[in-house]
Design a protein around this ligand. Structure first.
Ligand code: AMP
Length: 308
């Protein structure tokens, strides 16, 4: 099974209480692909500029990620500047330089449309929809978004939500999207906008899945399922935590034959595990060093602290 992911491949300049870094490799599709590569084949569709060097591409290819769909364009790669000085659970955007993303029109390389799983990582919803339409055969579609698109481009986002089997979203974004202040009502409100299932991320406090009666195709609406995060002494850089969660979650789902409630729950545990690695160093540093053995050990730890 393989996942096709479309999203940003970027350079990030970051400041957190642990320090500052300029132009480290990042992007929603990059973090997602690295995390998902532990579980399944991943193909990336995106665009980069002339500053994206072979050493950057190797970060993905050494993990077996297929980068054929990363287009090169004249100019600079997408560059995001973010700060977490006031709150480690919420990124504060200082600058978004779209650069080559401004003119991006995603093209699916030949053979990629056969991918079984599609992940629409954080990107302009118009582009997300464009990719969805080019992939009519996929078995499952999951996606992410952010406050920027919910606030200023809601009308572009709504048709994307209709296409999603699973939407992954932050708590404050779920409240913003639904207009509800209560967390449970917010998640239920988001389900009414189209996604069959919603995973709400609560930063260091974990995440919860909210199901509709369309989640597993049997007309049964199940109770929400909640996961913790792995307790860490220090969060160095939260950037990519959400995308790495999504990569762990979706990578595990894609590695299984059928999506049962049990597979879904296990996948959420893998999501938490991959998110916990991502935040331990700046950019993609930690996920680059992580091994499958590390993943298995952390999964066992999370299981242990989560069970009576
Ligand atoms: P998260 O997992 O939510 O922390 O996502 C972090 C990644 O999102 C960073 O590596 C950024 O490069 C990327 N990003 C930030 N803003 C945008 C945007 N407007 N569109 C696409 N990607 C973005």
């Amino acid at each position: 099974m393989s996942i096709l992911v479309v999203g940003s491949v970027a350079f990030d300049s970051l400041e957190t209480p642990s320090g500052k870094r300029e132009r480290v490799l990042g992007g929603a599709a990059t973090h997602f692909a690295l995390a998902a590569s532990f579980f399944t084949d991943v193909r990336v569709v995106g665009v980069v500029g002339e500053d994206f060097l072979p050493e950057h591409e190797r970060v993905l290819t050494v993990k077996g990620v297929d980068t054929k769909g990363i287009e090169r364009a004249p100019g600079k790669s997408f560059h995001w500047t973010g700060s977490y000085l006031t709150d480690l659970n919420a990124a504060h955007t200082l600058a978004t330089d779209l650069n080559v993303f401004a003119e991006f029109s995603p093209k699916i390389p030949e053979g990629y449309e056969e991918s079984d799983f599609l992940f629409l990582a954080n990107i302009d919803p118009v582009l997300q929809l464009q990719v969805r339409k080019q992939m009519p055969k996929v078995k499952m579609v999951a996606g992410d978004t952010m406050n920027y698109w919910i606030g200023a481009h809601r009308e572009k986002l709504l048709p994307v939500l209709q296409e999603l089997d699973v939407l992954l979203i932050n708590d404050n974004e779920a409240r913003m999207l639904s207009g509800e202040t209560n967390g449970v009502k917010a998640a239920e409100g988001v389900l009414k906008l189209g996604p069959k299932t919603v995973i709400v991320k609560y930063g260091e406090h974990g995440s919860a899945a909210y199901f509709s009666d369309r989640s597993f195709g049997d007309g049964v609406k199940r109770r929400p399922f909640r996961t913790h995060t792995v307790p860490l002494q220090e969060v160095v850089d939260p950037t990519g935590a959400g995308d790495s969660f999504a990569g762990g979650f979706y990578g595990y789902v894609a590695s299984q034959k059928v999506l049962t409630p049990e597979v879904f729950r296990t996948a959420m545990f893998y999501g938490s595990v991959m998110g916990s690695f991502a935040v331990e160093a700046f950019g993609t540093e930690k996920l680059q060093q992580t091994t499958r053995k590390d993943v298995d050990e952390r999964f066992a730890l999370l299981r242990e602290i989560s069970h009576l």
